[in-house]
Ligand binder design. Structure first.
Ligand SMILES: Cc1cc2nc3c(=O)[nH]c(=O)nc-3n(C[C@H](O)[C@H](O)[C@H](O)COP(=O)(O)O)c2cc1C
Length: 300
């Protein structure tokens, strides 16, 4: 029996399979073309994009930890104008849908970015990264406040007819509050989790390092948050956090995710996204599932 893999993450965004690359770990896609046929993926999310180009933070920007890594890249990116001029025309020739991950410092930044991307050939959707400091509110992350989350999503929703995915921050007490706020603001889907705030210290030098934790270490946290959010909203949920194998992906689908994103695993293994896809198909064959929808929510 052929395996049916297609999933719908927004009314006008159907993916040929549920495996996506996560923002900031797959650059602009072209960098991974030498490794495998990236067109086989369900979708790609590009690096976080801001209104102006950014150089990012000084080195070191990444530190390896037990079971994962910390990063503080500082949103190094080419800026939306160059992305529209140089990258979107390449993506327009692909069958792989590309979502642009957007980041801002003010609610208006997000709306302006969404307006700039609206109708651009090669851009299939927008993922809103709300794990950014809100400069109008003492640099507290937008994503730690339900009202700021709703405001950002409402601004984006009003500025574009593209599918809009809200990417939630895990650095909150109750993830269902920000999930509901994102849905109320008009998100077509919700992705989670972004990195978990963490730090490292070198006992020898006393040097400390602050950053966002990702990789296998965060998977149990991500899985639980996805489970809870699926129970709290009506829109599709995209699971992300420590996914490196087809079995990991299957677990996120079983707790109710509609699709998954592969992040940190791409750094250790540039074929990780494809391995996850092929591993998921193998898992479905072993477990007798003919349609990926049979996995979705099977463990709820
Ligand atoms: C080096 C690095 C850069 C990232 N950049 C972004 C970004 O620009 N925008 C975003 O929303 N998430 C970004 N993320 C978060 C990932 O997309 C993902 O949500 C997180 O790492 C958890 O998934 P993982 O454990 O599979 O990596 C970044 C993660 C890493 C490790």
């Amino acid at each position: 029996m052929p395996t049916t893999l297609s999933v719908t993450i927004a009314p006008n965004l159907v993916l040929c399979n549920p495996v996506m690359s996560a923002s900031g770990t797959f650059a602009y896609g072209v960098e991974y073309e030498p490794f495998f046929d990236i067109q086989r993926l369900g979708a790609m999310v590009c690096k976080g994009t801001t209104l102006e180009p950014r150089d990012g933070n000084p080195q070191p920007r990444t530190v390896e930890t037990a079971g994962g890594m910390l990063n503080s890249i500082g949103l190094q990116n080419m800026g939306v104008d160059r992305l529209v001029a140089d990258m979107a025309p390449i993506w327009a020739g692909w069958r792989l849908p590309v979502l642009v991950n957007i980041a801002g410092e003010r609610v208006e930044d997000y709306a302006r970015l969404a307006r700039r991307l609206d109708g651009v050939a090669g851009v299939a959707g927008i993922e809103v990264n709300i794990s950014c400091p809100n400069v109008s509110k003492g640099s507290m992350e937008f994503g730690t406040s339900a009202s700021a989350t709703q405001e950002v999503l409402r601004g984006v929703r009003g500025a574009t007819s593209l599918p809009v995915v809200a990417k939630l921050s895990p650095n909150v007490t109750d993830i269902t509050e920000t999930a509901r706020a994102a849905e109320a603001g008009g998100a077509d889907a919700i992705s989670l989790i972004n990195t978990i705030a963490g730090m490292d210290i070198d006992a020898g030098s006393g040097r400390v390092y602050m950053g966002g934790l990702s990789g296998p270490a965060v998977k149990p946290v991500a899985l639980r948050m996805v489970y809870r959010v699926v129970g709290a909203v009506q829109v599709p949920v995209i699971g992300c956090g420590g996914i490196a194998t087809g079995r990991d992906a299957a677990e996120f689908l079983m707790v109710g995710a509609t699709a998954v994103q592969v992040g940190t695993a791409n750094f250790a293994n540039p074929h990780a996204c494809l391995d996850v896809l092929e591993g998921l198909v193998a898992f479905m064959e072993e477990s007798g599932a003919e349609d990926v929808s049979q996995l979705m929510g099977a463990a709820r």
